[in-house]
Design a protein around this ligand. Structure first.
Ligand code: CO
Length: 214
């Protein structure tokens, strides 16, 4: 008997349901993918990218890690970003956090958890940048939720600071970076109203150009 047989049963039933709607679905999709979106989200099992926006396989390119952190020295995240922008030519990148994020919560605390402390330290930097505002919040859950929002905004900015995104803009490639947050309580996505689509949306110190010095 197969190990985890129920997952294979689920898989076959899922595949059957999709083919009932569109018999050619998998055959067509196996030839190429052409997603318009790159989703950078949290690994949390309660925040499954495709389901939340009700998109089918082939429609969403996805990168997930603990607390949706974007670090320029993370070859994994940067490779996903480069491939999505330069090869797939996605039109939108959404950094999607979620309220009550365990990674953000842990970053606000002082207990060591192991290797992951090194990853979560990037989030402590976000706290430090907004310390004045955050120190006013007494309730820890409220503090965590505000930090989840600020973390999304910061990581969306990190995407825009990359040479990958800036070179795409310089080429005139349409590309917009969004900051969204998801509520585990009601399953709703919220737009944090941050949107970057040109070099002028980036703080001057982070603007770079690959051409001759202007
Ligand atoms: Co999370």
């Amino acid at each position: 008997m197969r190990i985890l047989k129920h997952l294979f049963d689920n898989n076959r039933a899922w595949s059957r349901r999709i083919r009932e709607r569109d018999p050619e679905f998998f055959e067509t999709l196996s030839r190429q993918q052409a997603p318009d979106y790159l989703w950078i989200g949290c690994s949390d099992s309660r925040v499954p990218a495709n389901e939340i926006v009700d998109l089918l396989p082939g429609e969403l390119f996805v990168h997930r890690n603990v607390a949706n952190v974007v670090v320029p020295t993370d070859m994994n995240c940067m490779s996903v970003l480069q491939y999505a922008v330069e090869v797939l030519k996605v039109k939108h990148i959404m950094v999607v956090g979620h309220y009550g994020c365990g990674g953000v919560r842990s970053a606000l605390q002082h207990r060591q958890l192991g290797l992951i402390d090194n990853w979560l330290r990037h989030i402590k930097d976000v706290y430090r940048l907004h310390e004045r505002e955050l120190r006013e919040i007494e309730d820890f859950d409220e503090l965590t939720d505000r930090m989840c929002e600020l973390n999304v905004i910061h990581q969306a900015q990190q995407v825009c600071h990359s040479t990958i995104v800036q070179n795409a803009w310089a080429r005139g490639q349409p590309l917009t970076v969004h900051g969204w947050i998801y509520s585990l309580q009601n399953g709703h996505l919220y737009d944090l109203d941050v949107c970057f689509s040109c070099p002028e949306d980036v703080e001057p110190i982070y603007r770079t150009t690959s051409g001759p010095t202007p």
